[in-house]
Design a protein around this ligand. Sequence first.
Ligand code: ADP
Length: 140
Amino acid sequence: MAIEQTLSIIKPDATGRNLAGQICSMLEGAGLRIVAQKRVRLTRDQAKAFYAVHAGRPFYEELCEFMASGPVVVQVLEGTDAISRNRAVMGATNPAEAEAGTIRKAYGLSIGENSVHGSDGQETAREEIGFFFSQLELVG
Ligand code: ADP
């Protein structure tokens, strides 16, 4: 059990439905502390850079277009086992397969428009946090 930080994004389908506050509540309820947060509108190129790991996958273009289609809330979450804790409260990628009590089950619209992003490992978390935030912006 270690204190970790992870990157979370509240995606455009959720900001568009005014769900940011409710999603923050679920994250906090899962024991995660929001130590940095900002609302930004990504350009398509920024979305492509962020999701470069998925370049070449069939959904890549659609994903980048969606992520640039409206504002997102990017946040750094901190807590015990924050990476897996966040993945657990997010739920499965496809909301139809997500467990009850998860964010994607509650709010996800489809496998693409699934309301939240969360880093999937320690190295990814470091890189993704660095994509959006400087150390100065992380305030526990
Ligand atoms: P996760 O976000 O659960 O870690 P992935 O890393 O596999 O899932 O995919 C990244 C994002 O790409 C997903 O959250 C979703 O928005 C989108 N995505 C994944 N698979 C598909 C798909 N088959 N069709 C459309 N979009 C997809």
